[in-house]
Design a protein around this ligand. Structure first.
Ligand code: 0YR
Ligand code: MG
Length: 370
């Protein structure tokens, strides 16, 4: 099998109720700039990154995919994905300018498309190719009831619906708003409404200073919160370590971390308890597996970020022993050929060949901005 052509796409999918906010980001659309990798067999692999749908920047990503990496891929066998990852990352002129950032997002999209092709070539879903099992349980927790721009009553009623009607056992609430007392009131109200059994995660999206985090996150244990996610600046290993030593609630992070090496620093410092790589931010399935293996060897659970709206991540979770819990946000659900499905709070086993990353025809017709 040989790669013949790279065809870019940029999907901009509307988010829930026209707009959501966390402490750091307000968005109306989720962006999926990506690539269809064509081969001489007619088989096509799809991979995409995850963005806040800023078109000019999404174009930088697809330009990087097609014009920087593309020529290095033509004629190659896509199934040699680990060799190709090394070639594209470490043995290319792109390494000099971009060990992280846009080039890394571009490489991630390519790597996902290559794994998609490799799995499609064997006629199996990616989790099977990676050695996974359909007998495994992958639990979903839902973030789509806890946005910061929604009034308290909406958050409470949405979370109640997710638990009582949709069967989830865990929800995530955004914190890091202007008033820390209001953050705590929201968490307290949801805990009261949902009762003691439901797990509540919290996510500050990197907003607090260290002292604010010690103060506010320190009080989350009163409401039996499962974790505080991204309490302070994403990159700060020492800060997270200090926080971990000062509070009782475990720390989750990783959706903004670009490299396996940086993950290793957090893990070895004891600055993270729940490891949350995103396959679209680390450079694809290849680097994600490296992170998950490191977590496994350090007895740390992996709970991937849902940046790809759970398409590739569900495959990795069905395959990797450290990954048993996966976020769910539904924004790409209507635009995928085989969208992730959840029943009674657990992911259904994907059965279509590939990585689940093939957009549907409606996506190409209605939300493609290329
Ligand atoms: C907005 N999940 C997250 C939204 C979400 C973000 O960027 O996508 O809040 O991805 O932090 O854990
Ligand atoms: Mg998060």
């Amino acid at each position: 099998m040989k790669i013949t052509r790279l065809e870019p796409f940029i999907l901009h999918a509307p988010v829930t109720r026209g707009g959501i906010a966390d402490s750091t980001h307000s968005i109306t659309h989720w962006g999926a700039p990506g690539v269809a990798i064509h081969t001489d067999t007619g088989m096509i692999g799809y991979g995409f990154s995850g963005t806040h749908a800023h078109l000019a920047t999404d174009r930088l990503i697809t330009d990087c995919i097609v014009h920087s990496y593309g020529p290095l891929l033509l004629g190659e066998d896509p199934r040699e994905v680990r060799r190709l990852w090394e070639k594209l990352y470490k043995h290319s002129p792109i390494y000099w300018v971009g060990r992280a950032g846009i080039t890394h997002l571009a490489l991630g999209a390519i790597d996902i498309a290559l794994w998609d092709l490799k799995a499609k070539d064997t006629g199996a879903p990616l989790w099977k190719l990676l050695g996974g099992s359909a007998a495994k349980k992958v639990e979903a927790y839902n973030t789509d009831g806890g946005w910061l721009n929604w009034p308290l009553e909406t958050v409470v009623s949405d979370c109640r619906r997710l638990i009582e009607e949709e069967g989830y056992r865990a929800v995530k609430l955004k914190v890091g708003g202007a008033d820390p007392k209001e953050d705590l009131r929201r968490v307290e109200a949801v805990r009261k409404a949902l009762g003691p059994e439901v797990r509540i995660m919290t996510d500050a999206n990197g907003r607090w200073t260290l002292s604010q985090a010690i103060e506010t996150a320190g009080r989350l244990a009163d409401f039996d919160v499962t974790w505080i996610e991204e309490p302070i600046n994403f990159d700060d290993v020492q800060g997270h370590l200090r926080l971990a030593e000062a509070i009782r609630t475990p720390i989750a992070l990783g959706e903004q971390i670009y490299t396996a090496t940086h993950f290793r620093e957090f893990m070895d410092a004891g600055a993270v308890h729940y490891v949350q790589p995103d396959v679209v931010r680390v450079a694809g399935v290849t680097e994600f597996l490296e992170v998950a293996d490191m977590a496994q060897s350090r007895n740390l659970p992996v709970a991937p970020h849902v940046g790809d709206m759970a398409q590739v991540h569900q495959h990795i979770c069905f395959a990797h022993p450290a990954a048993n819990l996966l976020e769910y946000i539904p924004w790409l659900r209507d635009w995928m050929e085989d969208p992730a499905r959840i029943e009674s709070g657990y992911y259904c086993v994907p059965d279509a060949p590939g990585a689940g990353t093939t957009p549907n025809l409606r996506a190409f017709r209605e939300i493609n901005r290329i």
